[in-house]
Design a protein around this ligand. Sequence first.
Ligand SMILES: C[S@@+](CC[C@H](N)C(=O)[O-])C[C@H]1O[C@@H](n2cnc3c(N)ncnc32)[C@H](O)[C@@H]1O
Length: 237
Amino acid sequence: MRERAATSREHLVERMDRPDAPEDRLFRTLDQFGVVNRFFTRYRDVLARTVLRDMRRAPDRDWRLADLGAGGCDIPRWLVRCCRREGLRLTVAAVERDPRILRYAAAANQGYPEIELVAADALDPAAWGRPDFIFANHLLHHLPDEACVELLRRIEAQAPARYVLSDIARSRWAAAPYALIVGAFFRGGFLLEDGLASIRRGFTRADLHLLIARAGLRDEPRLQYRFPFRWIIVGAP
Ligand SMILES: C[S@@+](CC[C@H](N)C(=O)[O-])C[C@H]1O[C@@H](n2cnc3c(N)ncnc32)[C@H](O)[C@@H]1O
């Protein structure tokens, strides 16, 4: 059987990524990411079982995490609050390339000196600051296949203690429930149209296997499916 050369993802540009996106709608979208991430991405559970568990094994040392494509930074703020409660010391490099989103995040991160905003392309390891952990939620589907492959290679070359990449599982069953929930409760931003485009830019299991194989990693990451429509790639190179 011949191996597939490319994934079957669609390559669309989301409204939030366009330079002419009205800023009020973009910021409303970022407000809404906080709620959507909380209820649909399972990030709290995932980070508790990976990053926080690792940190608890060495509670006296300083830890660093790079959040790639950090957006409005609701996830690193939650992680920092968890660390503060447990007396764990974490600094975060929140890497984001969009200047409008960086301005939003700077305002939202007031009172979180642990989070450093880094204006850079997520694929530039110099921006990560030698982290113990590399995390990304919903970055991969913004990248073309070749960039996903290159990102995996660069992450492995950095040899973090662990990396966790969370993204959308593409499925024809995802669009209708997404449109129903978002159409009813999350108006005023780009969540409906961008979310539907994101589902089409998301990954099947075969897509991720192909990209991981193309990266030629020494240590293959684990691929976990989580309800609803979510892939978690966890590596410990
Ligand atoms: C769907 S948002 C997710 C934001 C955040 N991680 C979250 O879960 O709410 C994707 C983010 O990645 C950023 N992004 C996309 N491509 C990027 C790149 N090559 N380098 C840095 N940031 C990027 C976008 O500007 C956007 O803020």
